[in-house]
Design a binder for this molecule. Sequence first.
Ligand SMILES: Nc1nc2c(c(=O)[nH]1)N[C@H]1C(S)=C(S)[C@@H](COP(=O)(O)O)O[C@H]1N2
Ligand SMILES: [Mo]
Length: 351
Amino acid sequence: MSEGLIVREQEPLNLEMPFSSLSGFITPNESFYVRCHFPIPEISAEEWRLTVEGEVGAPFELSYDELLGMESRTIAATLECAGNNRIFLEPKVKGVQWGLGAVGNASWTGVPLSALLDRSGLKSNALEVILEGADEGEVDKTPKPAGKISFCRSLPLKKAIEDVLLAYKMNGEKLSATHGFPLRAIVPGWYAMASVKWLRRIVVTDKPFNGFYQSLDYTYWDRSGPLPTLAPLAEQQTKAEIARPENGETVAANSVYRVHGAAWSGTAEITRVEVSFDLGGSWQDAKLLGEPLKNAWRLWEYEWQTPAKAGRHTIIARATDSHGIPQPVDRSGDRGTYMINHLLPLEVDVS
Ligand SMILES: Nc1nc2c(c(=O)[nH]1)N[C@H]1C(S)=C(S)[C@@H](COP(=O)(O)O)O[C@H]1N2
Ligand SMILES: [Mo]
């Protein structure tokens, strides 16, 4: 199953797709990166139940078969780990050393979270929805709670109702244990820590949730208010990544090389991808492939007429979305070890 994936960690399992193998709009299940904080829970579909509780008029639980019997929806969505590209940070930081491949795009089938929230009879004081996974363990960072915790994240009620899907299929196949069997959340446009796997409980709360992965881990310093505040990571930041050539690849001089990759944005459509071969001095438009789809990446390509002269060359790609916000050239320290979308030059040998 993990064939061809880069093993970043065995236990817990953390596998990366070699991004140079990007071959289509849909990432095949066996190539999709895997990010786990704890051992993968073994869950039997017969015994498993999803409970919906908290600030609701009518708490209830659902079996796997009941879920499959509900009206379903299928959406394409790109999941990107908030620590994707961390290996490129200087100086080196702690955390899984992801290269370019902690990202993938799949089609997800399941039940809208709003259908369950409707049925629960939300109370008027409902503020957030906590999604809890069945995986548990001790956290290996400090400060931390004593003993075991489960992996959970909360969503503002608005986002929870808007477009969150509870998925049991990935690219038409039953969800695998590594990707969250029997049920996971897909939170479109958000960094993938929000897309909780192995869901077992949904808790509606009337206060902001301050769990470990909400308020200590997976946070950044938000400066939209009068003072910097620690805020939970949310929307994916606009980014273009180059699949080929790879960093360090040798390409033939005086030939045509297909530079290609993918670009995505959490809140808008990708409207432009450009490439630069002179460290950002000048930019050429790449061709966007396929159709724009909200919350799914867009593949792109550029026919590069390689230089006649041998030597080292750099390539940078940058994406712009329909909000017009370009990728940052430099990295902001407010983002800690997450949300890494500044421009990344790669080097190739022309020979
Ligand atoms: N229950 C649970 N959900 C989880 C995680 C986890 O460790 N436990 N990891 C999160 C993170 S950080 C990411 S990037 C995505 C990865 O999803 P994937 O393994 O299907 O690619 O799952 C998220 N959901
Ligand atoms: Mo992640």
